[in-house]
Design a protein around this ligand. Structure first.
Ligand SMILES: [Zn+2]
Length: 246
């Protein structure tokens, strides 16, 4: 959990400011409280009725996310007309354009801009959460697809889902449409799959989103992109759903 606390502390700071951030003090405080620099900020995603007594209101993980908004929001999202009903998990990288720096966010941003993609949250390898589009807007991450044969979701999931991109890549089979087997094998194994810090951050973020939006945190409502759009392979074979929804 300490790794997560460190990652949660990182959430407070912008990309450009990370270098100036002092090391957060990690103590043996209650599991739901994370000391962050000089100011102690309670971090919790559990329901309010189970929050230990505190004089501070709870701070949700999503509120601590970096509001980078690296994309021009008005050009890459729409007003949301319907309440979110789903959380959709993806992976993303710039491995096609920058094989040596696949997880550098500005490279990924360039791809989003090129292909008219946007998403609500991106979680970096160290667990840092960035908010690219506010939840009350429709981001463009689901594309065409269908869910349980329901007409309302046909090619319209962006209207109903909050999207989260994990910076990462899947198995060789998942990546087969992007690179050859030898190209995949040449990539360092540490860059494949997802990190413990990402799983920890993702779980807290999804719990937070589900709690605030009244979305059941189950596999009917927290879904992978590939389950909606069968042409897709994310989050792929290396994503361990058991770590998100046991
Ligand atoms: Zn996707």
């Amino acid at each position: 959990m300490r790794k997560f606390f460190f990652a949660a502390a990182l959430i407070l700071f912008c990309l450009g400011g990370c270098a100036e951030v002092p090391e957060p003090t990690v103590t043996t405080a209650e599991p739901t409280t994370v000391p962050v620099t000089e100011t102690t900020v309670p971090v919790t995603t559990v329901p309010p009725e189970t929050v230990p007594p505190t004089t501070e209101p709870p701070v949700y993980v999503s509120e601590l996310a970096q509001e980078d908004f690296l994309l021009p929001i008005e050009e890459f999202s729409w007003d949301r007309q319907f309440a979110p009903e789903f959380v959709m998990v993806h992976f993303t990288s710039a491995v096609m354009t920058h094989r040596q720096e696949p997880y550098h966010l500005p490279h990924i941003r360039d791809i989003f801009v090129q292909y008219d993609i946007s998403v609500h949250y991106i979680i970096e390898r160290d667990g840092t959460i960035h908010c690219y589009v506010p939840e009350d807007r429709v981001a463009w991450h689901a594309g065409k697809g269908e869910w349980k044969g329901e007409e309302k979701y046909l090619d319209s999931m962006n209207q109903y889902a909050i999207g989260i991109e994990l910076v990462g890549m899947g198995s060789q089979a998942d990546m087969a449409s992007y690179m050859t087997k030898s190209e995949y094998n040449a990539i360092d194994d540490s860059l494949k799959g997802f990190t413990p810090e990402q799983y920890a951050a993702l779980k807290l973020l999804v719990e937070d989103i589900c709690l605030r939006n009244g979305i059941p945190m189950d596999r009917d409502h927290v879904i992978g992109h590939q389950e909606y759009a069968t042409r897709k392979t994310d989050p792929g074979e290396l994503f361990d759903w058991g770590q998100l929804i046991p």
